[in-house]
Design a protein around this ligand. Structure first.
Ligand code: GUN
Length: 280
C-alpha cells in the first residue's frame, strides 16, 4: 500500500513553527495582524473564514474580522481595503472568495497592497512568482510543495502533470514545480487524450473540481498523487477529485481527502502572515 501523506500532521508542524516565530517577534515588540473580510454569508466560506480565525488564535496572530452584508457595494469594499492598506498595524489582508456577483473580483484583488497580499492573488505576486522574485505564493500550491518536501519526495527531474489551470491552484502549482526543477505539463478541459498525458506523471496534481474523476486508468504505477478536490458525495461524506480506493493501490504516495491538501492551505496562510513582516 502507498505512503499516505498526512496533511494534518504536516500542517500542525508548520503551524507550530509559525507559532514560535510569532512568539519571537512578540518578544521584539512586533505583533502580526491579519484582516479577514467576508462579504455575504455563504456557508462554506463561513466555515473557511472561521477556520482561518481559529488558526490565527492558535499561532498568536491577531485577527480583525469584517463580516459584510451580501449587498455591500464594490465601492464600500474597496474603501475598506484602502483603509486597511494604510494601517501600519495590519500586516495581511484576506478577502474570502467567491464574492457576490455584483463585485468585480479582479478589481478587489488588485486593490490589496501587494505587501499585504497574504493570499498571493495580486498580479504583482503572481508576476514575481513567475520570474523567481520574492513575494507571496498562493497558499494551496505552496502547501503542496511543503507536503512533497516534508514527505521526502524529490521533485527535481520528475515528470509533473497538473490537471487544472486555475489562477489559484493550477497555474501557480505549475510554476512552483518548475522552480523545483520538475518537468511540468499542465492539462485542462481541452487536453486531448488526458489519460495518455497523466500516465506519464511521476507526480500528478489533481485540481479539476469533479468528484472521484481520476481512477487508476489515469495513473502510472508508483506515481505520487496529490488531490486538491473537496466535495461531498451522495452520502454526505467528503471525497476528492481522485477515486482514492481505486487509485491508492497503484501509487507510491497519495494524499487523502479530508486530511491531505486541505489543512495545508491554512497553515501556509499563517506562514505568509509572518512573511508579511519580512516583506514589509
Ligand atoms: N476561496 C477558496 N479558497 C480561497 C483562498 O485560498 N483564499 C481566499 N481568499 N478565498 C478562497
Amino acid at each position: 500500500m502507498p505512503q499516505v501523506i498526512d496533511g494534518k500532521q504536516i500542517s500542525a508542524q508548520i503551524k507550530d513553527e509559525v507559532k514560535e516565530k510569532v512568539a519571537r517577534l512578540k518578544e521584539q515588540g512586533t505583533t502580526v495582524c491579519l484582516a479577514v473580510i467576508q462579504v455575504g454569508a455563504d456557508p462554506a466560506s463561513s466555515v473557511y473564514v472561521g477556520n482561518k480565525k481559529k488558526a490565527c488564535a492558535y499561532v498568536g496572530i491577531e485577527s480583525l474580522s469584517y463580516e459584510l452584508p451580501e449587498e455591500t457595494s464594490q465601492a464600500e469594499l474597496l474603501s475598506l481595503i484602502d483603509g486597511l492598506n494604510k494601517k501600519p498595524e495590519v500586516n495581511g489582508i484576506l478577502v474570502q472568495l467567491p464574492l457576490p456577483g455584483h463585485i468585480d473580483e479582479d478589481a478587489v484583488i488588485r486593490a490589496i497592497d501587494p505587501k499585504k497580499d497574504v493570499d498571493g492573488f495580486h498580479p504583482q505576486s503572481v508576476g514575481a512568482l513567475c520570474i523567481g522574485q520574492p513575494g507571496f505564493v498562493s497558499c494551496t500550491p505552496a502547501g503542496i510543495i511543503e507536503l512533497l518536501k516534508r514527505s521526502g519526495i524529490e521533485i527535481a527531474g520528475k515528470e509533473c502533470v497538473v490537471i487544472g489551470r486555475s489562477n489559484i491552484v493550477g497555474k501557480p502549482m505549475a510554476i512552483l514545480l518548475l522552480r523545483e526543477n520538475g518537468t511540468v505539463t499542465v492539462t485542462h478541459s481541452r487536453t486531448r487524450d488526458l489519460k495518455e498525458v497523466t500516465r506519464r506523471a511521476d507526480i500528478l496534481v489533481v485540481a479539476i473540481g469533479r468528484p472521484k474523476m481520476i481512477t487508476k486508468e489515469y495513473v502510472k504505477d508508483g506515481a505520487v498523487v496529490i488531490d486538491v478536490g473537496i466535495h461531498r458525495n451522495e452520502n454526505n461524506k467528503l471525497c476528492g477529485d481522485v477515486d482514492y480506493e481505486d487509485v491508492a493501490p497503484v501509487c507510491s504516495a497519495i494524499t487523502p481527502v479530508p486530511g491531505g491538501v486541505g489543512p495545508m492551505t491554512i497553515a501556509m496562510l499563517m506562514y505568509n502572515c509572518v512573511r508579511s513582516i519580512e516583506l514589509q
